[in-house]
Structures are given as structure tokens and as C-alpha cells.
Write a protein that binds this ligand. Structure first.
Ligand code: AP5
Length: 214
């Protein structure tokens, strides 16, 4: 399954809930890149220049990492893609990957959230340095400010969540990624879900469309 939506729509949040529900891994291109930056790998160093400007990381930097991840054993029974594919060439690359794995994409779910709401969500997001758990200062605050409930790690604000970078990311989404929705709609794969509401309400809507009850 592919989860789509603008920056801050709640893809990562929902993908983690769906991972628990379906017991298949959440594969996030953004997390793969952020881990590479943290570990200061060649991919991380190259990716950081683009991510800090809110631009897409070139396919030459990213595609091999996605393919390597999808070939790991835990993806054999399925996976939830978050943040990938974002362009038509990435769709083509994914088609080649899943074909060689002998599988296919069953469903594309897109979260619809208005721009004002995603800006509020992004500006309040906090992430744990150690375990990656995600919070929101207003909508999903940790018990102790800036400290992770799960592992007591320190919470931080992503560098690409600064206001000017967020605006660039939203523009990149509209220009390069939103056009994919029409293609998925035409081939009958797309299900659009209202992403406004509590995390649980949004999850229930996604499950209803994925399981064919809506
Ligand atoms: P990526 O990490 O994929 O970021 P994104 O798509 O911009 O999405 P976000 O992670 O910002 O938001 P989200 O939709 O996951 O929302 P979340 O659940 O966190 O990409 C980052 C960068 O990496 C890109 O700009 C690019 O440079 C590069 N990159 C990644 N993939 C690439 C690719 N395929 N090709 C090229 N480059 C690539 O939620 C946000 C906040 O809202 C959280 O605080 C959360 O707690 C809160 N929240 C969630 N749900 C709700 C709710 N229902 N109500 C209220 N608050 C909520």
C-alpha cells in the first residue's frame, strides 16, 4: 500500500498505526534519508543539501536505498510506503521493483488535509532523537515537555520544518507529487480519505476504504 498526502498530512502517524494493525513494515523514504543523515553516510551527506531546501532528493541518491529496504525479509508479506513514490519516474522505478519481487501495489490512499492545517501540524511536530517517536505540542503532547514518553530521549524539531522550507515543500508537493493522484485515480487504485480529525478517526476511515467498507 502507498500512503500519499502533502507534508504534515499525517502519513507517518497513520503508517505507524497501520503497521501495527496489518503487521507489515512502514517504509518511509524520509526516515531512510534522516537515518542516513544521522549516520553521516554518503547518501545522507548528499541528501541533506536537498532536504534542507525542501527539494526532492535526486533519484540517483534515493532509489537504491528504497530497493534495498523492500528486498528485506520483513517486506515479503507486504509493506506500507510513506513518502515514496513522489514523481512519475519514481512510480516507474517502484513498478519495476515490485514486479521483480513478484508482487504488486494493491492500494494508494491519499490523505486530504487543508494547507492551513498541515502548516499547524508541521510547526508543532516534535520527534524523539533516540527512538523516532513523534509528538505534537498541542495535538499529541508528551507528558513532560521536550522529553519522549517512551524512551526519555530528547525531542527535537526537524530542520526542514522551518516556515520557509515548509512552504517550499508544499509547493514541490503540488507541482511534482499531486499530479500522480490523477494517474492512480484513472487506474482505479486511489482512495482519498479526509485527514482532518483525531488520529483514531483518520485511521478508521483508512481501514474502511482499505477493507472495502467505504
Ligand atoms: P518526508 O519525511 O517524507 O516528509 P513529508 O512528506 O514532507 O511529510 P512529513 O513527514 O512532514 O509529514 P507526514 O505526512 O508524515 O505527517 P506526520 O505524521 O509526521 O520527506 C522529507 C524530505 O525528504 C522531502 O522534503 C525530500 O527532501 C526528501 N524525500 C523524502 N522522500 C523522497 C522521495 N520519494 N523523493 C525525493 N526526496 C524525498 O504528522 C505531522 C504532525 O501532525 C505530527 O506532529 C503529528 O503528531 C501531527 N498529527 C498527525 N496526525 C494528526 C491528526 N489527525 N490531528 C492532529 N495532528 C496530527
Amino acid at each position: 500500500m502507498i500512503l500519499m498526502g502533502p507534508p504534515g498530512a499525517g502519513k507517518g502517524t497513520q503508517a505507524k498505526l497501520l503497521e501495527q494493525h496489518f503487521q507489515v513494515p512502514h517504509v518511509s523514504s524520509g526516515d531512510l534519508l534522516r537515518n542516513a543523515i544521522k549516520q553521516k553516510t554518503k547518501m545522507g551527506v548528499e541528501a541533506k543539501r536537498f532536504m534542507d531546501r525542501g527539494e526532492l532528493v535526486p533519484d540517483a541518491v534515493l532509489l537504491q536505498a528504497i530497493e534495498d529496504r523492500l528486498q528485506q525479509a520483513d517486506c515479503r508479506t507486504g509493506f506500507i510506503l510513506d513518502g515514496f513514490p513522489r514523481t512519475l519516474p519514481q512510480v516507474d522505478a517502484l513498478c519495476a521493483m515490485v514486479t521483480s519481487m513478484g508482487t504488486k501495489i494493491d492500494r494508494v490512499t491519499s490523505l486530504r488535509v487543508p494547507k492551513e492545517a498541515v502548516v499547524k501540524r508541521i510547526s508543532g511536530r516534535r520527534t524523539c532523537h533516540d527512538c523516532g517517536a513523534m509528538y505534537h505540542v498541542t495535538y499529541d503532547p508528551p507528558t513532560t515537555p521536550e522529553i519522549c514518553d517512551r524512551c526519555h530521549g530528547e525531542l527535537y524539531q526537524r530542520e526542514d520544518d522551518r516556515e520557509e522550507t515548509v512552504m517550499a515543500r508544499l509547493e514541490v508537493y503540488e507541482r511534482q507529487t499531486a499530479p500522480l493522484l490523477a494517474a492512480y485515480r484513472t487506474c482505479g487504485l486511489l482512495r482519498e480519505v479526509d485527514g482532518v480529525g483525531s488520529q483514531h478517526e483518520v485511521l478508521e476511515r483508512i481501514l474502511a476504504v482499505v477493507q472495502g467498507n467505504a
